[in-house]
Design a protein around this ligand. Structure first.
Ligand code: NDP
Length: 334
């Protein structure tokens, strides 16, 4: 550790609030390593919608806090204990998912880092890592999508949605996407979605009616709803009898409490999953990471990077994400 700096650039929040609480600092301490941790010098960090939940306090977390759940970079030190945890060592290029990614250096549990595959850029890996693992677990474990299933994906042009549409098509699903605005609609159509509804347009505001028309009144087999407050009721309406809904995010706010009896008439099954719950063990982590890397290496999964912001411009990056101005994934360069 002796040749490493003691301070670094990082984005810190001391209190919850709007994007203005994100403080860019150049004198933040480089973390000390505990047993089982790696010090990673990050070269690119992902911005995820969940970062805004910790910023606003929707999800509580201790403050001060360095936000950011994923990044790629180089291992520059290994903590006390095992010299090569999970076979990782100084000099390895890794991608990781943990906390405190909006920084030059992060102390990462070795269990949460995997070596970067050859042939895919660090930027593309980070732009698809947390989002892609989320999608894979959602379409394989939360509900195992079958060939011919009719699947509704909300926010289909976003970081997770962009990858979900493609992965669903590889599984043979019939995909109905929703997205806000004509450019986003065109983007999602270009991914092979069978139907795309602009749910912010005059006609598309009644997306419930349109989905019923598309499915000839039958409804969809499964809904992947990460929008939450604005769409949850419509999702209940458009799912078929014996259908499945997974609510996995709160882009417009959380799904409010509702009587479970509302599921009865159509025998609907619901889920509210979280990625970490599927990646508890190292085996699970490697299993899904390898699936993702294979999709990227084969070219079956395309990545879209909206923009790479310098760390100092993180406030603007959050404004754009919450302002629905982004498509695909937004990244930070420390
Ligand atoms: P996105 O890039 O998808 O951004 C969110 C999108 O949601 C926007 O682009 C916008 O698309 C749509 N949206 C709809 N209503 C609103 C609103 N009122 N305000 C802002 N955006 C709105 O983000 P991510 O890819 O990072 O995440 C997508 C979702 O997946 C989030 O809800 C996130 O919490 C969830 N998620 C959950 C995980 C889990 O483990 N449960 C893991 C990873 C992600 P449009 O303009 O087209 O409507």
């Amino acid at each position: 550790m002796s040749s490493l700096p003691t301070t670094q650039k990082a984005v810190v929040i001391e209190t919850t609030g709007g994007p203005e609480v994100l403080q860019y600092r150049t004198d933040y301490p480089v973390p000390q390593l505990a047993e089982g941790q790696l010090l990673v010098k990050n070269s690119v960090c992902g911005i995820n919608y969940i970062d805004t939940y910790f910023r606003t306090g929707l999800y509580p977390s201790p403050k001060p806090e360095v936000l950011g759940r994923e990044a790629a970079g180089t291992v520059v030190a290994v903590g006390p204990g095992s010299p090569n945890p999970y076979g990782l060592k100084v000099g390895d290029r890794v991608v990781w998912m943990s906390n405190s990614g909006y920084a030059e250096y992060t102390a990462v549990p070795a269990k949460s880092a995997v070596k970067l595959p050859d042939g895919v850029s660090e930027e593309d890996i980070v732009a698809s890592f947390l989002s892609g693992l989320t999608v894979l677990t959602l379409v394989k474990e939360t509900y195992a999508v079958q060939k011919g299933d009719i699947v509704l994906v909300h926010a289909a042009a976003g970081g997770a949605g962009f990858l979900m549409v493609q992965i669903l098509k590889t599984l043979g699903a019939i995909v109905i996407g929703t997205a806000g605005g004509p450019e986003k609609v065109a983007l999602v159509k270009g991914l092979g979605a069978d139907h795309v509804i602009d749910y912010r347009s005059e006609e598309g505001k009644d997306w419930v009616k349109l989905v019923k028309e598309i499915t000839n009144g039958r409804g969809v087999d499964v809904v992947y709803d990460s929008v939450g407050k604005d769409t949850w009721e419509g999702s209940l309406e458009v799912v078929k009898r014996k259908g499945f809904i997974t609510w996995f995010g709160n882009a417009s706010g959380p799904v409010p409490p509702f009587p479970i009896q509302r599921l009865a008439a159509k025998c609907i099954t619901i889920a509210r999953p979280m990625l970490n719950g599927y990646l508890e063990t190292r085996e699970e982590y490697e299993f899904y990471s390898n699936q993702l890397f294979d999709l990227l290496k084969s070219g079956e999964l395309k990545v879209k990077i909206h923009k790479i912001f310098p760390l100092a411009e993180v406030q603007q990056a959050h404004k754009d994400l919450e302002g629905r101005k982004t498509t695909g994934k937004t990244l930070l360069r420390p």
